[in-house]
Design a protein around this ligand. Structure first.
Ligand code: DAH
Length: 337
């Protein structure tokens, strides 16, 4: 008798169903009041010899529990697969997930840094929040220079002055503090100026600074380096010209123009019919700057240059409004794949 119950137990354990009515058949087979296996076994109970009654009763209860557990389990798993099937069409082809694109400023920065790293320049960075010394004093800015005015510079604290750097030239100072010549480095980064936002100006923008210090570095080296950069960036046909200028940290100083890449130098509305576009400031590092950073100006000379990344990107891609770089409009950004 007990063996019979044990056989039913293992049958119940093995039972599987994929449809509602298979479960119902299973329920009727075991639990039906008329002719159900369990009902019949309970009826048989009185014929079991009394010394086996206890053990038989335990097995019988176990069988009854496992039948109802099985029914519950099968019902639950059927209903959950039903839900999934109705929500998800597994035969659908997968949708391509949309890839983002790099920001045009990052792309332009990478393009510029690639050109200079090919010439052996390293990349260095400095803090955006700076002190007066690194942004102005160590770069030979006289105390009354207008850039030190609240009108141009965002101050965080006064006395001692803590401010947002107005140019990446401050990284020159940080590099000279930590490295001995020869120094050949470029410093990309974000800069801040207290300016009204317009199509041509923003209070936050990006620059790349260059610095080259060694023995016998001349203005000819500066010119040659910048000409290589201009041709790599804007095309082999590009011409450059240097106009005398003034910066406190370079002597002599110059501003560099490139021939207008849109009209090829013939004159158009982008170059205001001059054929030339201004792209950067440069010069020979002022001996005062070398000396105040502990570099002997009788042994070493150097050149430096600084350019705005937004300006380069605008010229390269014919972008007329600088604000587009900061608005994160996907219609603009997705054009730079
Ligand atoms: N720091 C200057 C600016 O923000 C740009 C510049 C000009 C950097 C001449 C230089 C340089 O290193 O030699 O306008």
């Amino acid at each position: 008798m007990i063996d019979k119950v044990k056989n039913y137990l293992s049958e119940v354990e093995k039972f599987v169903a994929t449809k509602e009515d298979e479960i119902e058949q299973f329920r009727i087979k075991y639990l039906s009041k008329k002719g159900g296996i369990i009902t019949d076994l309970f009826t048989d109970f009185k014929n079991v010899p009394s010394e086996e009654k206890k053990e038989f009763g335990q097995f019988l209860n176990q069988l009854k529990d496992s039948v109802s557990d099985k029914i519950n389990f099968l019902k639950l798993s059927l209903s959950s697969t039903d839900d999934k099937i109705s929500d998800i069409d597994l035969s659908l082809t997968a949708e391509n997930s949309k890839l983002g694109s790099r920001h045009p400023i990052s792309l332009t920065r990478n393009e510029i840094t690639d050109i200079f790293t090919r010439l052996g320049f390293t990349i260095s960075e400095g803090p955006e929040m700076e002190d007066d010394y690194h942004v102005f004093s160590a770069l030979n800015f006289p105390p009354e220079h207008p850039a030190r005015d609240m009108q141009d510079t965002f101050f965080i604290e006064k006395n001692p002055d803590i401010l947002l750097r107005t140019h990446t030239s401050s990284v020159q100072v940080r590099v000279m503090e930590n490295q001995k010549p020869p120094i050949r480095t470029i410093s990309p980064g974000r800069v801040f100026r207290n300016e009204a936002i317009s199509a041509r100006a923003h209070c936050i923008f990006h620059q790349i600074e260059g610095l080259y210090i060694d023995k016998n570095v001349s203005f000819a080296d500066l010119k040659q380096t910048l000409m290589y950069f201009a041709k790599e960036m804007f095309g082999e046909e590009t011409k450059i010209r240097l106009r005398p200028s003034y910066f406190p940290f370079t002597e002599p100083s110059a501003e560099m123009d490139i021939s207008c890449s849109l009209c090829g130098g013939k004159g158009c509305n982008v170059c205001k019919y001059t054929g030339w576009l201004e792209i950067l400031g440069c010069g020979m590092v002022d001996p005062n700057v070398l000396e105040s950073n502990g570099i002997d100006s009788t042994i070493y000379t150097g050149f430096a240059f600084g350019m705005g990344i937004e300006r380069i990107a605008m010229l390269k891609h014919g972008i007329k409004d600088l604000r587009l770089f900061f608005e994160n409009d996907l219609r603009f950004l997705s054009q730079f794949r």
